[in-house]
Write a protein that binds this ligand. Sequence first.
Ligand code: ZN
Length: 441
Amino acid sequence: MSTAALPATPPAMPAPAFGAAMHALLARLFPICRSITGDGVRQTLAIVREYLPALQVHEVPSGTPALDWTVPAEWSIREAWVKNAAGERVIDFRAHNLHVLQYSTPVGGWFARAELEEHLFSLPQQPDLIPYRTSYYQPNWGFCLSHHQREQLQDEYYEVCIDSTLDAAGSLTYGELVLPGASEEEVLLSCHCCHPSLANDNLSGLVVAVFLAQELARQPRRYTYRLVLGPGTIGSIVWLSRNPEAVGRIRHGLVLTLLGGPGGFTYKQSRHTTAEVDQAAALVLRDFGAAYEVRPWLPYGYDERQYGSPGFNLPVGCLSRTPFGEFAEYHTSADDVGFVQPTQLAESLSLTQALCEALEANRSYRNLSPYGEPQLGRRGLYKGVGGGQEGADWQMALLWLLNLSDGSHSLLQVAQQSGLPVALLHRAARALKAVELLQPL
Ligand code: ZN
């Protein structure tokens, strides 16, 4: 087999087309006012279903116990504004979803400025930006605004209106998609979908996950893939509490977040630190060519905290670009549609595809001709290999696989020890299997 004839799956569309399509979905979802419950999540999942028609949408009633938590009342927000003495709206939720403190209780009436000040949130260090603030589990009301805007508030009294509802008879909404594979063993992909009008955190992760699921759906799959799109923390806790059987089938998992901003990739290891997904992520990032960093497990962050709580102890890592809190736009109005670039989304998709392919490819083989090197030329495996690096790597991939396929080395371990790309070793393993030199275990 010549290197030119190496089998490769052609992409469905070129990367720029993926980037544009992904960014278009992100821009469409951006204006929706999402929270951990409410119509914003329902509208978001309804749009996702246009892309993934098999997505199931679950409603879990408020008040339902979930592990050590309880599904909160459903929050709806219609209007929120502050008017000055002249009756002008000086803060208006209609101008930006971030202006209202998430889960604000309803309020109406006149407030002295000092009293109002206790309910205002701004960023003196970033005076042009509106911060994102929530108060899900402690009843409160408030407004978020730029510090410049706050400094303009000089009247003695302001009229305040927050027309919201906290419905104890409401529900929490999450989406779930299962793509059955040859095996019942599962790969979990999880994203939070509770943030309003913040593009990188986490519409980027959601959009990457949606396009990844579309691509996985078009391919033969060894593993069953399960995508969970839910509100941060309470969503994964609710999912874990309702799915003990599926939990037992999860072999690998990834939380996808912050995948549209600038900066290199960051993989945060699962609680296991040496799980297969941790090995696969480190090697795929090594092979990918972009800047990256692998960080150790930390019981803080996104929903990997819940999946990696000791009772569940699932091998779920977290893939992002620049991590949360480490870029100036984080949790502010500057995390907008322009902050996320199509090329970054497409690159993140490509990386997640490579990671799934590495998990699919990882297995151990047995060399069926282990006494001396088998004669590769006779089997056509040296033919057409020129002097280039690609040909040399192909030869080395064949030799490493034959040498380490003693039943005790996985493909990822061969990639680690040889320094050769996982994808190249996967192709070489298929070529060796085709000539009956390797047998998968
Ligand atoms: Zn966030």
